[in-house]
Design a binder for this molecule. Structure first.
Ligand code: BES
Ligand code: ZN
Ligand code: ZN
Length: 487
C-alpha cells in the first residue's frame, strides 16, 4: 500500500473513495449541500464505526464519499481517529476499493492526527491469511492518501512515523500468527536477525552451549523437553550520539515461547492450538526494535528475547525439579506450565548484565490476568512509580489500554518453597500478581515494569478496525516510551 500526504481541498481529491469523519448529531458542513439527501434521510447518524457510502457525490472529484461514523466530537481523540481510519479502510477493502483518501481538517489535521490515520490504515489492512491459498478475490488497497487543506510543519514526518510504527506492529502480528511448526526458537531468532540486518541493528543469538557456560539453568530447564534447541535473542540499538549522558539504557525483555504445551504439567487439549501465541511478548520487542531502528530514539535500547518450546518428553523437566538461575537463586519447579517466568528470570538477569538501567518486560504470562482484566486491558505491574507513569503515559498516547495492578510484599509469601529459594508458582489466588513478583526477584534493584498481555495479544473476534487474531499489543507503547524518554 502506497501512502501519500496531499494538500488539496476536499473537492479536488481524486480517489475511489474519500473518507469523511462524521460526528454524531453533527453533519459535516463541508458535505451539507452535496450530500443533503443522505443527511435528510437520517441514514448517517455519525455513530462510531457506522459507514455510509455515497456514490458520485456532486461537486467532488472522488468517485465515492464514505461518511465514517466517529462518535461524539467531544470524545474524539487520535485513538478514535486511528480506529475510524482502520475501520473505514477495512470497510472499503471488503468492497475492493483500491484507492482511498481520508480527509483531515479543522482541529483534526495536526501531526498526531496524520500519524494516527496512517497507523490505522496500515493496521486495518492486516489480515492473518498468509496460509489461505484463496484470498477470496479481494483486491488489495493500492493507495492511501491523507488529504489536508494546508500542509503544516511536521506532517510528512508524522506520516513516516505512523507507517514505521504500524508496519513494525504488523511484523509482530505476522510472527505471532506463525504456527509452531513453522516458527521454532531457531527460526524466531533467524527472523530477528534478518530484521536486524535489514534495519542496521546489532543482533546476537546465544545458543544452548553459551547459555550453559553462563549458567542459565532456569531457561535451559524449560527447553529440556523439546527437540528444538533454545535461543536467547539480543537486539541492540545505539544512538549515533548518546544525549542521555549515559544515564538511561532501556531493556526490553519479551517472552518467546514458540509453543506452550504446559510440559509435564500438560494443558488440556481444548484450545491448546492457541498457545502458538505464547511468544507475543518477544515478537512485540522485535517489532519495537524494527520501529526504533528507523525512528532513532536518543537512548540506547536493548531487547532480550528468550525463545524456547515448552514440551513434555523423556528429557523434560519434572515438577519438583530444582534449577539454579543465572542470578544464583534456586527455583523449585512446582508446575512446568509456569515456564514463562522461568525463562524471563534469566533474560532479566542477562539484560541487567548488559547494562540496562530500566527493564520493561512483556509476556503472555498468566491465565489469571485474563480473569482479572479480560481482553481489554494489559496488566501493568511495577514497583517503580516513575517507570509505571512513563509507561501509562506512553500507552495513553498510543491508544493501548493498560491497568496498573498491585505488587505488595504480602503476596510474596505465596512463592515460598520448602526446598529452594523460590517456588515457580504461588497458587490460584492473585496468580498474575505472584507471577509478577517472581519476575521482580530477578529484576532486583533495577527499575522494572512487567506487562501481562495474555488477554490482549490475541483478539478472539474481528473488530470493525482490526481482524481477529494477533493484535501486536505493546509495540506502539514501547516505541512511544523509548522515543519520549528524554522529555
Ligand atoms: N502461556 C501461559 C499463560 C496463558 C494463558 C497465555 C492463557 C495466554 C492465554 C502460561 O505459561 C501458563 O501456562 N501459565 C499458567 C501458570 C500457572 C501454572 C501458575 C496459568 O496461567 O495457568
Ligand atoms: Zn505455560
Ligand atoms: Zn506460557
Amino acid at each position: 500500500m502506497q501512502i501519500h500526504l496531499d494538500e488539496k481541498p476536499a473537492e479536488s481529491v481524486e480517489c475511489d473513495a474519500l473518507v469523511a469523519i462524521t460526528f454524531e448529531g453533527k453533519p459535516n458542513d463541508r458535505f451539507k449541500d452535496s450530500l443533503s439527501e443522505v443527511h435528510a434521510s437520517g441514514e448517517a447518524t455519525g455513530k462510531m464505526y457506522e459507514m455510509t457510502l455515497v456514490h458520485r457525490p456532486v461537486g467532488f472529484k472522488a468517485k465515492r464519499i464514505l461518511l465514517a461514523g466517529s462518535g461524539p466530537v467531544e470524545k474524539f481523540t487520535s485513538a478514535e481517529l486511528r480506529r475510524v481510519s482502520a475501520a473505514a479502510l477495512r470497510h472499503l477493502k471488503s468492497k475492493s476499493v483500491g484507492n482511498i483518501a481520508i480527509l483531515l481538517d479543522g482541529a483534526f489535521s495536526g501531526a498526531e492526527h496524520v500519524e494516527a490515520a496512517v497507523e490505522g490504515a496500515v493496521l486495518g489492512d492486516f489480515e492473518p491469511d498468509r496460509y489461505k491459498t484463496d484470498k477470496k478475490g479481494k483486491k488489495p488497497v493500492e493507495q492511501f492518501t491523507v488529504a489536508v487543506a494546508k500542509k503544516s510543519a511536521g506532517l510528512d514526518a508524522a506520516l513516516v512515523r505512523g507507517r514505521a510504527i504500524a508496519e513494525a506492529q504488523n511484523l509482530t502480528r505476522e510472527l505471532v500468527n506463525e504456527p509452531a511448526n513453522r516458527l521454532t526458537p531457531t527460526s524466531l531468532a533467524e527472523a530477528a536477525r534478518q530484521m536486524a540486518v535489514a534495519q542496521g541493528l546489532e543482533c546476537d543469538v546465544l545458543d544452548r552451549d553459551r547459555m550453559q557456560q553462563l549458567g542459565m539453568g532456569s531457561l535451559l530447564g524449560v527447553a529440556m523437553g523439546s527437540a528444538e534447541p533454545p535461543a536467547l535473542i539480543v537486539l541492540r540499538y545505539k544512538p549515533a550520539k548518546d544525549t542521555s549522558n549515559g544515564k538511561a539504557h532501556l531493556g526490553l525483555v519479551g517472552k518467546g515461547v514458540t509453543f506452550d504445551t504446559g510440559g509435564i504439567s500438560i494443558k488440556p487439549a481444548d484450545g491448546m492450538e492457541k498457545m502458538k501465541y505464547d511468544m507475543a511478548g518477544g515478537a512485540a520487542m522485535i517489532g519495537t526494535m524494527r520501529a526504533l531502528a528507523q525512528l532513532k530514539p536518543s537512548i540506547p535500547v536493548t531487547a532480550v528475547i528468550p525463545a524456547v518450546e515448552n514440551m513434555p518428553g523423556s528429557r523434560a523437566q519434572r515438577p519438583g525439579d530444582i534449577v539454579t538461575a543465572l542470578s544464583g537463586k534456586t527455583i523449585e519447579v512446582i508446575n512446568t506450565d509456569a515456564e514463562g517466568r522461568l525463562i524471563l528470570a534469566d533474560a532479566l538477569t542477562y539484560a541487567r548484565r548488559l547494562g540496562c538501567t530500566h527493564l520493561v518486560d512483556a509476556a503472555t504470562l498468566t491465565g489469571a490476568v485474563v480473569v482479572a482484566l479480560g481482553y481489554v486491558n494489559v496488566g501493568l505491574f511495577s514497583s517503580d512509580d516513575p517507570l509505571a507513569e512513563r509507561l501509562l503515559k506512553a500507552a495513553r498516547a498510543a491508544g493501548e489500554k493498560m491497568w496498573r495492578m498491585p505488587v505488595d510484599e504480602e503476596y510474596k509469601e505465596l512463592l515460598k518453597s520448602e526446598f529452594a529459594d523460590l517456588a515457580n508458582v504461588g497458587g490460584r489466588p492473585g496468580g498474575a500478581i505472584t507471577a509478577a513478583l517472581f519476575l521482580r526477584e530477578f529484576a532486583e534493584q533495577t527499575p522494572w515494569a512487567h506487562l501481562d498481555i495474555a488477554g490482549t495479544a490475541w483478539l478472539e473476534d474481528t473488530k470493525p478496525y482490526m481482524s481477529k487474531g494477533p493484535s501486536g499489543v505493546g509495540v506502539r507503547t514501547f516505541v512511544n516510551l523509548a522515543m519520549g524518554w528524554a522529555d
